[in-house]
Design a protein around this ligand. Sequence first.
Ligand code: SAM
Ligand code: SF4
Length: 333
Amino acid sequence: MSASHAGPLVDRFARSIEYLRVSVTDRCNFRCTYCMSEHPTFLPKQEVLSLDEIDRIASAFVGLGVKRIRLTGGEPLTRRGIVSLVASLSRHLGRGLEEVTMTTNGSLLSDMAEDLAAAGLSRVNVSLDTLDEAMFARVSRIGKLSDVLAGLYAARRAGLAVRLNTVVQAGVNDRAIDDLIAFAHGRGMGLALIEAMPTPGVSRDRPPGVPLSEIRADLQKRWTLTDAPERAFGPARYVRVEETGGRLGFITPMSKGFCDACNRVRLTCDGRLVLCLGRREQVDLKTVLRGQPDDEAALQAAIAAAMGAKPRRHAFDHAERIPLDRGMWSTGG
Ligand code: SAM
Ligand code: SF4
């Protein structure tokens, strides 16, 4: 399917939707305590979109003016054929699409970074909550820090831009942010701190999140943080750390809203278009696609109509409004 360059997509609140996050699988080789339960139930394979179906839907979005696609999951690198999907989506680069990126736990990157870069991937966000091996094992339940570090180094060698994503939790890593700044910036990587969001299916006794205003106030005792002017395509507010010259982002869904500038929607691996990470509103695109497989116009019409359902703001303060089957691993974080 070739992109026809209609669009752009605009919602009821005059926000242009230029960014699509695609969860290519709900499966993961980690079980991070803030993301999923220890024994999650994954979707039956027949409910998951094929790579061709993902490509069709993503291409329809490009035709409607979407400029950036981020592949996520679950763990996107556990999906067989992921490199081919990147290569296929990359055919739109320079023809409406500006970048294909990925959010990954990094554990499989060491073998795949080079192929992904060759296929057209330009950047990866790698989740890394701690540099402490034992704490890493506790948070991820089954992950190994050394695998992620090897993946990070491979990504840099392959020429991928890297940003680390760190979910800040009390007693887990709130006193170790200095180490993460020095680690990331010393290796040419950015770092973004994220407030933990409520998500269905995770234990309520997980460590509490920490407002990033507190973390920033603490960091300022030791680092010189200068606000960066640009908002850089997303919810992160960036500062420059003068001592390192590196960038540090603060993503604050819980303490400080960023919904006015929201430019994104999400596709789950079973073909639901999620209009907001922190709300129920979603539209079933799989049924549209499987009902009329060769009708790109019908798919684009369904996508354009869905924009009318995009809510003004999230409701993380009322987490029960998020459906139980739509945890972070299924929607893509
Ligand atoms: N497996 C990949 C990874 O971990 O990067 C991609 C999927 S993961 C769901 C995407 C992002 O969501 C990760 O950066 C992760 O840290 C973040 N995330 C997961 N659960 C979260 C939560 N409850 N609050 C905030 N961020 C969360
Ligand atoms: Fe897997 Fe990513 Fe969720 Fe961790 S945050 S369990 S790596 S999907």
